[in-house]
Design a protein around this ligand. Structure first.
Ligand code: NAD
Length: 463
C-alpha cells in the first residue's frame, strides 16, 4: 500500500538522477499535518495577498483576518532575498470583467518561482451561474467569475514541489468574513489539504461558526464512521478523534478484530454491523445516544469494489455493490437526514458521503461502482438544505487514487498510471481524505452544503 517508485525517486541518489534523465515523474513529498502540532505553522512562509482593483476592500479584510492567525502577511510582492512565499491569496470577489484578472495574474506569475515547497495558492471569488441557473449577472461579470475557475485549475497544473492551487467560491450574499469562507481558506492554506488540488469549493451561506480552538474544532461532537476497520475509514476515525470528536466505528463482523483495535486507539466505540441491515441506522442511533447522548456527524464511508467490464458483469456483482455503496446510505439517510435526529443544542448535524472521481468521470470496468458513487452525489445534492434549520449540512468527498487495501488490488501498471495521472504525480493517503471529511464535519464548514470536494491531487479526469 505504498508507492515504491515515489520512495525511490523521492530521495537524492541514482534512482532520482535516472528518473530526471528519462523525464519520468518525480513526485514531491507533500506537506501534511504534523499530528503533534496540528496547523503549526499554518503556511511554510509569509503570505502574499493580491487582488484586482475592484476587490481591494475585500482584500484588506482578508489580510486583516490572516494577521489574526499570526501569519506574516504582505500586500507587496517584494520579498527579502532568499525568502520564499508560503502562500498567495488572490482576492477576486468583485472582478468585473475577465480582462481585470490580468494584473493580479501577472503578479502571481512573478512570484511562482519563489514559492516554498508545499506552498498554497488560494483564490476567493464569486459564484458563476451553473448549468441550470438563470442569472441576472451581466455577461462580463459571469465570464469573469467562470474565468477564475479555469485560471485556478490551470495554475494548479503548473505548480511544482507539492504546492497546490484551490479556490473558495462565495455565493453572492456571502461576506469574505463568513465563518465558512475563513474556514475553507484556512483549510486550503494548511497542511490538512495536502492532496486537494485544482478544486473550487462553494460557500453557499454565512452559516457556521469559528471554533474556540482551531486545533480541536470537533470538541463535544459525536460521530459515526461506517467501514471503520481499515483504510480511509480507520483514518477518518483517527482524525475526527484528533480534532476532539467522540467516535463510533461500524464494520462487518468479519472485520471485528481490526475494528476493535482501531476504536481502542481513540477510546471510541466499536459496533459490528452490516450497513445493509434494514435497521442499521436505528442501531447506530441507539448506541450513539446511549453512549454520548446524541449523534451529530454521519460519515458514509463503507464501500466495496466488484470491478468487471459490463460485458462480463453478473447481476450479483452489480447488485451486491449497489446494496452496500448506495442503497444502504440512502436507507440510513431516511433516518439520519430527518430534521431533529442528528445534532444537539450545541452541535450541528453533518452527513458526509464518500463518492469517487470514478462517479464523476466514469471508469472502465466500474459501471456498477460509478453508478453508485455518482448516485451518492445525486443524493447529496437532493439533501442540500434539508438540515439548514439545525445548522446542518450534507456534503460528499470524492477521492481520486488513494493508497489502501482496496486500490492495492488494482494491477500494477494501471495503478502506476493512476498515480501519475494527477497533478501531484502520486496517490493520496487515507489521511488526506480524512482531513477533508473532518473539515466538512467542523463548525467552520457550516456554510458549505450540497457540495462535492475532490481529494484527488487534481486527477486528470472528470471536472
Ligand atoms: P477498504 O476496502 O480498505 O475499506 C472499506 C471498509 O468498509 C472495510 O473495512 C469493509 O469491511 C467495510 N465494509 C464493506 N462492506 C460493509 C458493510 N456492508 N457494512 C459495514 N462495513 C462494510 O476501502 P477504502 O479504500 O478505505 O475506501 C473507503 C471508501 O472510500 C469506500 O466507499 C470507497 O469506495 C471510497 N473510495 C476509495 C478510493 C480509494 O482510492 N481507495 C477512491 C475513491 C473512493
Amino acid at each position: 500500500m505504498s508507492d515504491t517508485y515515489a520512495k525511490l525517486v523521492g530521495a537524492p541518489g541514482p534512482a532520482q538522477q535516472l528518473a530526471k534523465k528519462l523525464g519520468l515523474p518525480r513526485p514531491a513529498r507533500l506537506r501534511r499535518t504534523d499530528p503533534t502540532s496540528v496547523d503549526r505553522p499554518l503556511t511554510p512562509g509569509p503570505v502574499l495577498v493580491l487582488s484586482d482593483d475592484a476587490s481591494t476592500a475585500d482584500a484588506d479584510t482578508v489580510a486583516e483576518g490572516l494577521l489574526a492567525w499570526d501569519l506574516d502577511v504582505h500586500r507587496d510582492a517584494r520579498l527579502p532575498d532568499h525568502a520564499r512565499w508560503g502562500a498567495v491569496v488572490l482576492v477576486l470577489t468583485e472582478l468585473p470583467h475577465p480582462a481585470a484578472l490580468s494584473a493580479p495574474a501577472m503578479q502571481l506569475g512573478s512570484v511562482l518561482r519563489s514559492l516554498a515547497p508545499g506552498a498554497r495558492v488560494v483564490s476567493l471569488s464569486r459564484r458563476a451561474p451553473g448549468p441550470d441557473a438563470t442569472t441576472n449577472l451581466a455577461p462580463a461579470v459571469a465570464a469573469a467569475r467562470a474565468g477564475v475557475d479555469g485560471f485556478v485549475r490551470s495554475v494548479a497544473k503548473e505548480l511544482r514541489n507539492g504546492a497546490t492551487a484551490n479556490g473558495v467560491v462565495l455565493a453572492d450574499d456571502v461576506d469574505v468574513r463568513a465563518p465558512s469562507v475563513r474556514g475553507a481558506l484556512r483549510f486550503f492554506l494548511s497542511a490538512r489539504s495536502a492532496f486537494v488540488d485544482g478544486q473550487l469549493l462553494a460557500v453557499v451561506s454565512g452559516a457556521g461558526s469559528e471554533p474556540a480552538d482551531w486545533a480541536r474544532p470537533l470538541t463535544g461532537v459525536a460521530a459515526v464512521v461506517t467501514g471503520a476497520a481499515r483504510g480511509i475509514g480507520a483514518e477518518v476515525v483517527r482524525v475526527l478523534a484528533r480534532d476532539g470528536a467522540h467516535v463510533l466505528g461500524v464494520d462487518v463482523p468479519a472485520a471485528g478484530e481490526s475494528l476493535t483495535s482501531v476504536m481502542n486507539e481513540v477510546h471510541g466505540v466499536a459496533l459490528q454491523l452490516d450497513i445493509t441491515a434494514e435497521d442499521a441506522a436505528a442501531r447506530i442511533l441507539d448506541v450513539a445516544r446511549s453512549r454520548y447522548g446524541h449523534l451529530d456527524v454521519v460519515v458514509h464511508n463503507a464501500g466495496i469494489l466488484r470491478d468487471k467490464l459490463l460485458a462480463n458483469m453478473s447481476a450479483e456483482k452489480f447488485d451486491d455493490l449497489t446494496a452496500v455503496n448506495v442503497t444502504a446510505p440512502l436507507r440510513m439517510n431516511e433516518t439520519f437526514a430527518r430534521p431533529g435526529v442528528l445534532g444537539s443544542a450545541s452541535t450541528a448535524p453533518r452527513v458526509i458521503s464518500l463518492a469517487s472521481t470514478s462517479g464523476i468521470a466514469g471508469n472502465r470496468g466500474q459501471t456498477n461502482y460509478a453508478n453508485a458513487k455518482a448516485g451518492l452525489i445525486g443524493m447529496t445534492r437532493a439533501l442540500a438544505g434539508s438540515l439548514t434549520d439545525a445548522g446542518g449540512t450534507v456534503n460528499a468527498v470524492a477521492p481520486g487514487f488513494i493508497e489502501t487495501e482496496m486500490t492495492a488490488s488494482v494491477p500494477p501498471v494501471p495503478r502506476q498510471v493512476m498515480r501519475w495521472a494527477s497533478s501531484l504525480q502520486q496517490g493520496g493517503r487515507p489521511v488526506d481524505v480524512a482531513e477533508a471529511i473532518a473539515f466538512l464535519a467542523s463548525p467552520q464548514a457550516g456554510g458549505i452544503d450540497g457540495q462535492v470536494l475532490r481529494v484527488c491531487g487534481q486527477l486528470q479526469t472528470g471536472q
